[in-house]
Ligand binder design. Structure first.
Ligand code: MIG
Length: 822
């Protein structure tokens, strides 16, 4: 039997390229010979001269760093980490001949000396939360050389953990996979994978962070290693899960829960949180590979306005550039971009331009040189300022032998910037003047895996060296952080060019920590039901990996969709942070009206609802910014004790209060919906349902099953066709009382545009409703923060079935108020 399994693994391995590694054959770390104690932890020295450093960063956060056969290097650098200065947390040390134990107020790290096995125990319950299944190991003999991208960058390092019989796994960033990652395995190697389907792995991003959930208690592990990495959550073994990488250190952070929300809070404290994007970024967005010339963009906007469809943003794909030269405009297609953005601006529409990392490789012809982005066509062909400047300043990536690295991307032969160089990042950031000067509102970073048409595996880049904060390391280490650093350069550039505005960046590739700089979308999906069904598990998994601002091409990118697919797609994305319809250049058109009025009318209903829900969405997004808990949630995040939710990934929640059960199959107009314990209101009918069970719900094409948690108050604004069309007035508070007749909300607002919210220019208002004497008393507390929205009307509506209550409207003057509804 065992033989069969091994054989099967080998067969699978040759296809998947991963299961074949048998990490049990790797050389295990020696036993603990001695240790030293420091203020923040201990360093173990092992019988084979390896060292392990255990550092207490907080009561619920411990870092494990291991170096095989030598001492821990003094260099300690990561592009992912934001916070390094942790105040010393209380911890104690207990040692004897057999073990060394570090104990914080929450977590005990218990180290068996021989063999060296690390266990994490919950101090409150004494339970082992997580334990090594075998000692940490490395490939001292080069057994895995064959499968490594760059054997010279190795050796392979691996950590092996015991697999719980009923343990579930979540997170791991962007994977074309289901919510619960149990019994599957993954590779992280940022890759351009157009038309990916479920199971395709890796795809664009690397976030080596996961959450384990065992018997209701969660922990987190962030393996901060940017080499090609592997996570096997019990696919190749029933006893063990393991993670490893093709080089670098074992360097991981262990987060103690037991609450997942708490873990996300810590993880995003460590790797940074999402700054608030401009409010208009929550508006509806429309894109198309091939929106040119300017007249076509204007026509799209005209159609949106004439058809009364809300729209905030149009994206310009690669065709706006002059022969794919980044930071230029094609003067024939877009003769006057500033006039265009102003014209669209008057209709409430903003422009976002795509920016690829590939800079056209174009040595200047004799005599020609310029530093403007708007040379006439003939002159740009002779001299391209971006190439000239980058070359002169030595900002471009080079091979080990000193040659420029020349990949092939959209401009043909190209060069890439070494974004690990601070000066190069700054230069790249400032180049965005070519857009901000013309009124462009945000930047879309594509192709930053980085994609290379010569070879998508990265082999063509194997000897490309990046400065890497002085380490001068090769592609094996830097590929997975390329997108992160490009986005960072973009974000910091926009911040510098327009300090009064919040930057808005979208990226395809990323590494952990990306949320500090950029939002993301899930790349080149298909216009198929299969692809659509991945939306929910992918958005929720990204949220569980620190990335709250996510979305997918509405309607799907590649292939021909239809009205039903597009409509169902909007019924998910109208509540995703990033709501953008996008289509490949040679695909059938899929703007909301393309399949006829019937579908267009339904889509309009959802887009209008999204805009009305902006106060609710923004409040929930601010929570993500402040706490790391995402807007778009799997049910298990809100109901961690409910095992029914552990692999439920065709439903989602927005914040704590809205629950949706979309249709992701054709020709289906009814479905089962799981409602967790508590009372739920059908959003469309106000009908009440008792939760803790499955219900069967009608879902004709015009209706996505949508429920509100009893106890919630959902703030909604007026109908809008774009953000800022008119003030958020009136604000309507829809009250959904729970069994005790109580409901509440803490509502957030700010100017939606500037970074002033960081200095307290926001308003946070708590509203409580309580059933008293046949009516409701509503208390509006005195708002927090210095933002003054100006006078507006507040309406309070009780959404309970049965007896009709009269809505009450007051004029808000920012003071504490009491309202009676009878
Ligand atoms: O090689 O810019 O994912 O959204 O439309 C394809 C053209 C390059 C891939 C992106 C897609 C975009 C397309 N790009």
């Amino acid at each position: 039997m065992k033989k069969c399994l091994t054989l099967l693994c080998c067969l699978l391995g040759s296809v998947a390229g991963i299961a074949a590694q048998d990490i049990t054959t790797l050389q295990k770390i020696g036993s603990v010979a001695s240790f030293t104690r420091s203020e923040k932890g201990v360093t173990l020295t092992c019988s084979d001269n390896s060292q392990v450093q255990l550092t207490v960063l907080a009561a619920d956060l411990v870092r494990i760093r291991t170096s095989f056969g030598k001492g821990i290097p003094s260099r300690d650098h990561s592009w992912a980490i934001e916070k390094t200065d942790w105040p010393t947390a209380r911890w104690s040390l207990l040692t004897n001949d057999a073990s060394i134990s570090l104990k914080t107020d929450e977590l005990e790290v218990f180290v068996h000396r021989n063999p060296l096995i690390i266990e994490f125990r919950d101090v409150a319950t004494g339970r082992i939360i997580n334990a090594d299944e075998q000692p940490m190991a490395h490939d001292a003999k080069g057994l895995l050389k064959e499968m490594m991208f760059d054997p010279a960058a190795g050796p392979f390092v691996a950590v092996s953990k015991r697999l719980g019989f009923d343990e579930h796994f979540y997170g791991l960033g962007e994977k074309a996979a289901r919510l619960d990652k149990r019994r599957s395995s993954f590779v992280n190697w940022n890759s351009d994978t157009p038309g990916y389907t479920e199971g395709k792995d890796p795809i664009y991003q690397t976030v080596p962070f996961y959450i384990g959930l065992d018997r209701g208690a969660a922990y987190g592990i962030f393996f901060d290693n940017s080499y090609r990495s592997y996570f096997d959550f019990g696919k190749s073994s029933q006893q063990r899960i393991w993670f490893g990488a093709e080089g670098g250190e074992i360097d991981y952070y262990f987060f103690h829960g037991p609450s997942i929300k708490k873990i996300l809070g810590r993880y995003t404290e460590l790797t940074g949180r999402m700054p608030l994007p401009p409010l208009w970024a929550l508006g509806n967005q429309q894109s198309r590979w091939g929106y040119y010339p300017d007249k076509m963009v204007e026509e799209v906007v005209k159609q949106y306005r004439e058809r009364d469809l809300p729209l905030d943003v149009v994206h310009l794909d690669i065709d706006y550039m002059q022969a794919y030269r980044v930071f230029t405009w094609d003067p024939k297609r877009f003769p006057d971009p500033k006039v265009m953005t102003e014209k669209l601006g008057r209709q409430g529409v903003k422009i976002i331009t795509i920016v690829d990392p590939g800079i056209k490789h174009q040595p200047p012809s004799a005599g020609a040189s310029s530093t403007t982005s708007r040379l006439p066509l003939e002159l740009q062909d002779r001299s391209y300022y971006v190439f000239d400047e980058g070359l002169k300043n030595n900002y471009f990536q080079r091979r080990k032998n000193g040659d420029l690295f020349v990949p092939r991307v959209w401009p043909g032969e190209s060069v890439f910037v070494d974004y690990t160089l601070p000066a190069a990042r700054q230069w790249w950031g400032e180049l965005h003047r070519a857009y901000t000067d013309f009124g462009v509102a945000g930047i879309w970073n594509d192709m930053n895996e980085p994609s290379d048409f010569v070879d998508q595996t990265g082999k063509n880049q194997i000897d490309v060296v990046s400065n890497d904060a002085g380490a001068n390391s090769t592609h094996a280490k830097n590929r997975n952080v390329f997108g992160l650093l490009m986005s960072r350069a973009t974000y910091e550039g926009l911040q510098k060019l327009q300090p009064e505005k919040r930057p808005y960046v979208i990226t395809r590739a990323a590494y952990a920590g990306i949320q500090r700089y950029s939002t993301m979308w899930t790349g080149d999906t298909n216009s198929t039901w299969e692809s659509l069904s991945l939306n929910i598990p992918m958005f929720t998994s990204l949220g569980l990996s620190g990335q709250p601002f996510v979305g997918s091409d509405v309607g799907g990118f590649i292939g021909r969709g239809n009205g039903e697919l597009l409509t169902r797609s909007y019924q998910i994305s109208f509540l995703a942070p990033f709501c953008r319809n996008h289509k490949v250049i040679d695909g059938y058109d899929q703007e909301p009206w393309r399949f006829g009025k019937h579908y267009e009318d339904i889509i309009r209903k959802y887009l209008k609802l999204r805009y009305q829900l902006l106060p609710f969405l923004y409040t929930t997004l601010e929570e993500a910014h402040r706490t790391g808990v995402p807007l778009f949630r799997p049910l298990m995040l809100n109901y961690q004790d409910d095992t029914n939710t552990y692999n439920l990934d065709d439903q989602f929640m927005v914040g704590n209060d809205l629950l949706l059960a979309p249709i992701v199959k054709p020709d289906v107009t009814r479905r089962l919906v799981y409602l967790p314990k508590g009372t739920w209101y059908d959003y469309w009918t106000n009908k009440k349902h008792e939760g803790g069970t499955m219900i069967s719900v009608e879902a004709p094409l015009e209706t996505v099953p949508m429920f509100v948690r009893a106890g919630a108050i959902i703030p909604m604004g007026p109908e809008l066709n774009y953000v800022g069309e008119r003030p958020m007035d009136p604000l309507t508070f829809n009250i959904y009382p729970d069994e005790r007749g109580i409901a509440s909300v803490t509502f957030y607002e700010d100017d939606g545009l500037s970074p002033a919210y960081k200095q307290g220019a926001f308003r946070r208002t708590t509203i409580n409703a309580e059933s008293v004497a046949g009516g409701y008393n509503v208390t509006i507390s005195k708002p927090e923060g210095s933002f003054r929205p100006g006078p507006r009307k507040l309406s309070f509506v009780i959404r309970a079935p049965g007896r009709a209550y009269k809505a009450v409207t007051i004029t808000d003057d920012g003071s504490a108020r009491k309202v009676r509804i009878s």
